[in-house]
Design a protein around this ligand. Sequence first.
Ligand code: FAD
Length: 465
Amino acid sequence: MRDVVTAGQLRELFQGVLLAPDDAEFDTVRRIWNGMIDRKPALIARCRSAADVSAAIRYARGAELDVSVRCGGHNVAGTSVTDGGVMIDLSLMRSVNVDVDARVAEADGGCLLRDVDIATTEHGLCCPAGVFSYTGLGGLALGGGYGWRCRKWGLTCDHIIGAEVVLADGTIVQTSETENPDLLWALRGGGGNFGVVTKFRLALRPVGRLVLRTGLYAGDNVAIALRAYRDATATISDDFHLLGGLRHARPGDEIPEELADRPVLDMLAIYSADDETSAQQARELFDRMPEGVAGESVLSYLELQTMTDESSPDGRRYYTKSGYVTELPDEAIDRLIDSAAKNPSRTGSIDIEFLLGQVSRADGESSAFPQRHAPFMVSAYGSWDAPEMDDTGKYWARGCISTLQEWEHPGGYVNYISLDDDPAGAEATYGSAIYTRLTEVKRRYDPDNLFRGTRAVRPADGSSR
Ligand SMILES: Cc1cc2nc3c(=O)[nH]c(=O)nc-3n(C[C@H](O)[C@H](O)[C@H](O)COP(=O)(O)OP(=O)(O)OC[C@H]3O[C@@H](n4cnc5c(N)ncnc54)[C@H](O)[C@@H]3O)c2cc1C
């Protein structure tokens, strides 16, 4: 291990901002998106460079403190903040450089998705990523990264072509297809288990204007619309992305008053404005849909990426339970509608997302991302303000997914795992072949298990921490 540093040496070496619990900014910076998480680190190291990250790690190791890494702070389980440890906060590191000819972006490890989108779309390019622009690139890309364009282009992690990484002993290394390629493989889906990524090198895709078609359905039409959606997934092209969200009606929804107490369905269909096959498939789908409130607009990629930003404000209490399913028979659809009706908080939703497409074309050789062949992901998003709601809210979200057990697809998505949601652990999430390989990479790069993400990968034959 490289030399550890003392608190005094850290203060001298560190170019960023060090915050102790009695500093004025401490409370604001330790807070993350999920208001249910209320942890107090011993120190927050707001880094400005890889050298700062290295110094903070070497200090934590010398002081025998746990380490957590924060990028966008959006992990629902709150893994970016730890009680009594050192929080390595990357949120001051948000530069993005774009090499337009090579179609590659170099993005700092603290970037939010919006930083990458703003820098790349200016050149007609994008790195496909998640659907909320305030989500951190770090956690999202390292765990996978589903989004509006993943069926067309693949996951965000599939676009990581290299990285600068600060390892658990404080050394700064590069990874690419030719340099430490095992580390690159693990960063593509293995979560934040292997080191702190201070720079991502991301492959970019050309992006033009996109069509968003929407439908809002109420009452008995919810089940009819969900069945039409499910049936359409058998033939849609990779360019076509579909998502259905079951939720309680809100003021302003144009639905008959007598149906306002029953769940409604928001259908979203997104495809390239210049793709005639997708346009035809959208027409066919919406022609089969029951009566509802339809919408159609043409958006830039940046508009698409920010259109749902307001729906999940910082500081509310959130709990997510998500699962892959192999199919959505009518019985499963009915159970989901029933679950949506029982949502005690009346906010949040149950999202049903059709996956496959390009996501399913990569394999375990190119990345550690495990669940490429699951057709659907169903996610129950609970949110509320009152702490007294925590138990009923969690119970609802878990119950919603457990009603789908008959159609469960094995494994899970590491980025949608909530606090105390650990029935099976990392091996079940990744499957034994990928998990075994991850433990070998872990043994090489983090043998003492300093970095522990939502699904902690333990080093093979190593630390039991
Ligand atoms: C509102 C919202 C919308 C979302 N939408 C999507 C979506 O569309 N698609 C999708 O796939 N997921 C989505 N997610 C889930 C998201 O991918 C995870 O919550 C992810 O962990 C968020 O990344 P972050 O950097 O903000 O998290 P943080 O909480 O900052 O970090 C989470 C963990 O990631 C690791 N980490 C983060 N940055 C680094 C780094 N630079 N180096 C090493 N480790 C790092 C650390 O282990 C850290 O504990 C969404 C989450 C929220 C809250």
